[in-house]
Design a protein around this ligand. Structure first.
Ligand code: GUN
Length: 293
C-alpha cells in the first residue's frame, strides 16, 4: 500500500513553478498575478484564501486580495468582478465560495471573464474541458489528475467509480477519467444519492474517487483488494482529545480500508494541498496566455 502524499507533491510542484517564475522575471517577462475576492468572515474561507495568497508569495507571483463585508450587494460584487475583468495587470482571479445567501453564485461565476477564470468554474471552461479543448481545469480535479500522473498510476481500461456528482468534483472527474488520454481511458460509473446500491458499484471499482462529504462513508467491506482510492472529503468530526475539539477526516474510513489499497490518499495531506497548486498552474497558464492566446 502506498500513501499518496499530496503535501509533499504540492511542495515539489510549487518549487517547479517558482523556478519558472524566476526565469520569467530574469527574462523581463510577465509575472503571474492572481487576485482573490473574499466576502464575509467564514473562517474556513479565510484560511483557504490565506493559503492561496501565501502560495503565490512562495512561487514569486503577485497577488491582490480584495476583502469585503458580507453586507456587500450583488451588484457591488459584480462591479468588482467587472473591474478585475478589465484590469490588464490581473492575469486571473477567483471569487471565494460560498457567498452570502443574498448573492447568486451562478450569476457571479458567469460574470467572470472565462479567460481569467483560473478556478475553471465558468461554463465555457467546463464545456471546453468536456470537449477535450484547452481550458482551465477546476482545482480539485486538476489536482487529482496531477497526483495520478506524477505517481504513474495506470488508468487505461480501469473501472473507476466516483461517489458524488457535484459540478466542481464528481462530474468533471467523470469527464476527465473517461476521455481518450492519460490519465483517462477509464470506464466510469458516477454514483450519487439516488444510486440503488453504491456498495455493489464500489466492489467492482479499480479506482474510487470519494467526494460525497460524509465522514468515513467508505468502509473496508465496500472495496476490493488493490483498489486505488482518492479521498476528496474534508469533514470535521468531534474529537475531545484535540485542543480545537475536532479533527478532519475523509469520506473513507482510512484505518480499516488502507490495508486493502494499492494507493490511497490521506486526509488531511492528500488531495487538499494539491488544489492550491492547480490554481497556481492555471494562473501561470493565464499569464502566458496558453489557453486563450
Ligand atoms: N470554495 C471551496 N473551494 C473553492 C475553490 O476551489 N474556489 C473557490 N472560488 N471557492 C471555493
Amino acid at each position: 500500500m502506498i500513501i499518496l502524499d499530496g503535501k509533499q507533491l504540492a511542495q515539489q510542484i510549487k518549487s517547479e513553478i517558482a523556478i519558472e517564475v524566476a526565469e520569467i522575471k530574469a527574462a523581463g517577462g510577465n509575472v503571474p498575478h492572481l487576485a482573490a475576492v473574499l466576502v464575509g468572515d467564514d473562517p474556513a474561507s479565510h484560511a483557504y484564501v490565506r493559503n492561496k495568497v501565501n502560495s503565490c508569495y512562495e512561487c514569486g507571483f503577485e497577488s491582490t486580495l480584495i476583502k469585503k463585508d458580507d453586507s456587500i450587494s450583488e451588484s457591488e460584487l459584480l462591479e468588482i468582478v467587472d473591474d478585475l475583468n478589465q484590469n490588464p495587470d490581473i492575469d486571473g482571479f477567483i471569487v471565494q465560495l460560498p457567498l452570502p445567501k443574498h448573492i447568486r453564485e451562478a450569476k457571479v461565476t458567469l460574470a467572470i471573464d472565462h479567460r481569467k477564470d483560473v478556478d475553471g468554474f465558468h461554463p465555457i471552461n467546463f464545456g471546453r474541458m468536456a470537449q477535450g479543448m484547452p481550458s482551465y481545469l477546476p482545482a480539485t480535479p486538476f489536482g487529482i489528475i496531477q497526483m495520478i500522473e506524477r505517481n504513474n498510476i495506470e488508468t487505461e481500461g480501469k473501472h473507476c467509480v466516483i461517489i458524488g456528482r457535484s459540478n466542481i468534483v464528481g462530474t468533471p472527474m467523470s469527464i476527465l477519467l473517461s476521455r481518450k488520454a492519460y490519465p483517462g481511458n477509464c470506464t466510469v460509473t458516477l454514483t450519487h444519492s439516488r444510486t440503488r446500491d453504491i456498495t455493489a458499484e464500489l466492489l467492482r471499482a479499480d479506482i474510487i474517487i470519494a467526494a460525497i462529504g460524509i465522514p468515513h462513508f467508505v468502509k473496508a467491506d465496500m472495496v476490493k483488494e488493490s483498489v486505488v482510492i482518492i479521498d476528496v472529503g474534508i469533514n470535521r468530526i468531534e474529537d475531545s482529545s484535540r485542543k480545537s475539539g475536532y479533527r478532519l477526516v475523509g469520506d473513507v474510513d482510512f484505518d480499516s480500508v488502507s490495508s486493502k489499497c494499492s494507493y490511497i490518499t490521506p486526509v488531511p495531506g492528500g488531495v487538499g494541498p494539491m488544489t492550491v497548486t492547480s490554481l497556481l498552474m492555471n494562473t501561470l497558464k493565464a499569464s502566458r496566455k496558453e489557453v486563450y492566446g
